[in-house]
Ligand binder design. Sequence first.
Ligand code: ARG
Length: 462
Amino acid sequence: MSEKLWAGRFKEKTAKIVETFTSSIDVDQRLYAYDIQGSIAHCQTLAKAAIISAEEADELIAGLEKIKQEIDEETLPYSDALEDIHTHIESRLAEIVGKVAHKLHTARSRNDQVALDVRMYLRDQVESITQLLFELQKVLVGLAKRHIETVLPGYTHLQRAQPILLAHHLMAYYEMFSRDSERLQDGLVRINVMPLGSAALAGTPHPIDRKYTAELLGFEKVSANSVDSVSDRDFIIEFLSAAGICMMHLSRLSEELIIWSSAEFGFIELPDAFATGSSIMPQKKNPDVAELIRGKSGRVFGNLMAVLTLMKSLPLSYNRDMQEDKTLLFDATDILTACVEIYIQLLPNIKINKTIMQKAAASGYLNATDMADYLVTKGMPFREAHHCVGQVVSYALGLKKEIHELSIKQLQQHAPQIEDDVFDYLATQQMIDRRTSIGGTATQTVKTAIKAAEQKLKKSTH
Ligand code: ARG
């Protein structure tokens, strides 16, 4: 292929080892469609400013479209000698359309070009990941609807705390993913800014209409400062932060599925199609998929840290260090996409052992708080009631019984105001259904939350 685009001031050929070291084609080739779309818009902008003729623009655009097809069909060979996707496309264009190709790079540089490509890529990624999160939310709501009667112990400190509906627990994840989705979309205001025309760093003397380019490419704004346009990557950092938070949520869900599927919990069984076996222990069914999601979250957090570190000491404006951002960004978008896709398919197929969950919620003194609340209804101050129930628990523990398994006489020894109605009061379903405060686990309240979620999902543009 042709010589380097910047070969003019060099006397020696670039060392092979340097070509390999500096090349980013392995990574940035995935930006090709954006790069071509951006170049087409740039041609139109150059033509509008009469920097090139309409015929030249047509020629260039036809050439670019041909290259798009070649790359789609994987017939364009890549080479480290051509560094990156921008150079590959420009070199190929020269082969196809001849000298006129050399006009394309007027009023732009690879510095603003790469910023443009990444912004376009990220804009699409936010759209597709948000769509996936929307599907995941639908799955969670569907599952919650099916489990409006399933009870399990709610935990604090991983100790059984109070009974809750499984639907309520699942809807907690619905809320997390709603916020994740919002967070990702909020970033669009800052992603959707058009940097082209900033050129290397100082802007361009050519009379281009940057607003026109933005319009052609569907950008809401044109970047306000050329130095900033080519040198900041805060929109990537912001995305990685939102992606990291979402992965943290996915990781917590994974952790729960892992412990719930253990023999110790026995709350769920993972679908065979989403579990793996052991090469030595024939009986094993392992939650590797959930474990990998938990593990991959660490990689996304690392990528956020890596881009922050990469950027923190760079003098303005563009520095080649920034080329590393794409490896980290693409890795994060791939991971997040794959993990959400997995849960969309995995969650509806989990086998939920309602009986075991229900049994777990009925033991371990999960009604102790309610017993204190009961005593409050009988006129005892809460602190006193708390202490009294503590003694009841200690007494019951000694007899290896639950509170509700004690006789009314045994209960009255601790508080004479206890009456027969205590047993109803301490029944699991009653405990759940009394929690009618907004956001509580009462069946009616959870049904309302599910309805609100369904309304929101219906209204969503996705
Ligand atoms: N490949 C570079 C990057 O990803 C873009 C090209 C800018 N290179 C340069 N030497 N100015 O950041």
